[in-house]
Write a protein that binds this ligand. Structure first.
Ligand code: ASP
Ligand code: MG
Length: 404
């Protein structure tokens, strides 16, 4: 069977007019003889509205009821899509997660899909139907409704593609695809034609908010080809696939930048085993996310400086935790707000020497000072003053010819 999974996000089904448009897109796949499985999110804003209501009823609204309530948005959207397809002469119906069923485990609000029963949907597809399936929801072994975390309909789509062995999973959204860098920050950013899962994961966690990162990880593990494209503009989007499917000669695929970061330096910490652990343990206990970490080599073997970055929102708490920490000694605490992390990402750098040098030289030519450097196999990140971040994006975009 030639199965495709089509997922529509909240903005794609945000109004009645948009739902009519979505029904046309679905109909076109059906006319090309695909077996079409549709997954929808709730109409945009609906899930947040429901959440607000639950908070007004009780500050301690039950987690199980939270899932029953929040999952209703998807039911509405799916019914409307199916209704429009029937209006257009197709055989279609909505399927709620429990009717299939889509079985989840884990806790309410944050369950994971682990099993999807195929029998009913396969029969329905064979009979020529177009199933419109609620994203975001599932049912657990106690027969209760669950949800799989905010933005979870991406993960629903990937899991459906996995269980139904779909040729492809198409994520329809309000952007045309994944861009070389955030188009709101750099207008010459270009749509990427194809990107590997690994690169996409780096881009996603760094702020290219196109898809939920866990769903990309699921797609990578199950080798599912994803196409991200717009519901409103008829243009090809971005293919997210495995490395070996990518045959271009680009060294760098994309550049990401963060904002609202701060840098913390502990000057003169004792250079002995266990010190770093003592510094970071209370931070992690307080759910403070530490990003880049660098420790200088000590000159005298006794003392060293330790630098790390955090979100600026966490700066005051971090300061207090460090000062209150009886297990560590340091001479001085240096805090710096308004720094920004710029990362170049690309599997091409594994096989190409000199990428690090090119990045540093390009920044130096623009007199941009680098404060901290960190690297992974497919990523080089530098920390710079936030006021230089646009200039840095621009010069690196040119250096690695990303607009070509
Ligand atoms: N409607 C859900 C949410 O707003 C799921 C999703 O959009 O993917 O989080
Ligand atoms: Mg959404």
């Amino acid at each position: 069977m030639k199965i495709v999974v089509l997922k529509f996000g909240g903005t794609s089904v945000g109004t009645i007019e948009k739902i009519k448009k979505v029904a046309q897109i679905i109909g076109n796949y059906k006319k090309k003889n695909y077996k079409v499985v549709v997954v929808s999110s709730a109409m945009s804003g609906v899930t947040n509205e429901l959440l607000k209501k639950s908070n007004l009823i009780s500050e301690n609204f039950s987690d199980a009821e939270h899932d029953v309530l929040l999952s209703t948005g998807e039911q509405v959207a799916c019914s409307l899509i199916a209704g429009r397809l029937i209006h257009n002469g197709f055989k279609s119906r909505s399927w709620l997660a429990w009717q299939i069923p889509i079985i989840t485990n884990g806790s309410y609000k944050n369950s994971r899909i682990y099993q999807i029963s195929k029998i009913k949907i396969i029969k329905y597809l064979k009979d020529g139907g177009i199933p419109i399936i609620t994203g975001f929801q599932g049912i657990n072994l106690d027969q209760r409704i669950t949800t799989i975390g905010r933005g979870g309909s991406d993960a629903s789509a990937i899991m459906l593609a996995k269980f139904f062995k779909a040729l492809r999973c198409v994520i329809y959204t309000d952007v045309e695809g994944v861009y070389t860098t955030d188009p709101n920050k750099l207008s010459k950013a270009k749509k990427i034609k194809v990107i590997s899962y690994e690169e996409m994961l780096e881009m996603a966690s760094l702020g290219a908010k196109v898809m939920q990162p866990v769903s990309i990880q699921d797609a990578r593990l199950n080798r599912i080809n994803i196409e991200v494209r717009s519901s409103f503009v008829k243009k090809s989007g971005t293919l997210i696939t495995k490395k070996s499917n990518i045959k271009n000669n680009k060294i760098i695929t994309g550049i990401s930048s963060t904002h609202n970061d701060s840098k913390v330096t502990l000057v003169g910490v004792k250079d002995k085993p266990g010190v770093a652990a003592s510094i970071f343990k209370p931070l992690s206990k307080n759910s403070i996310n530490v990003d880049m970490v660098v420790q200088n080599i000590s000159q005298n073997g006794k003392e060293t400086d330790l630098t790390f970055t955090i979100k600026t929102d966490d700066l005051n708490r971090t300061k207090k935790i460090l000062k209150d920490n009886k297990n560590i000694n340091f001479r001085k605490l240096v805090l710096e707000k308004d720094v920004s992390k710029i990362s170049i990402i690309g599997v091409g750098m594994i096989t190409t020497p000199g990428v690090t040098f090119r990045m540093f030289q390009a920044l130096a030519n623009k007199k941009i000072n680098i404060k901290v450097i960190s690297t992974s196999e497919i990523k080089i990140s530098v920390l710079i003053d936030k006021k230089n971040s646009k200039k840095a994006l621009d010069v690196l975009h040119n250096e690695f010819k990303l607009d070509k």
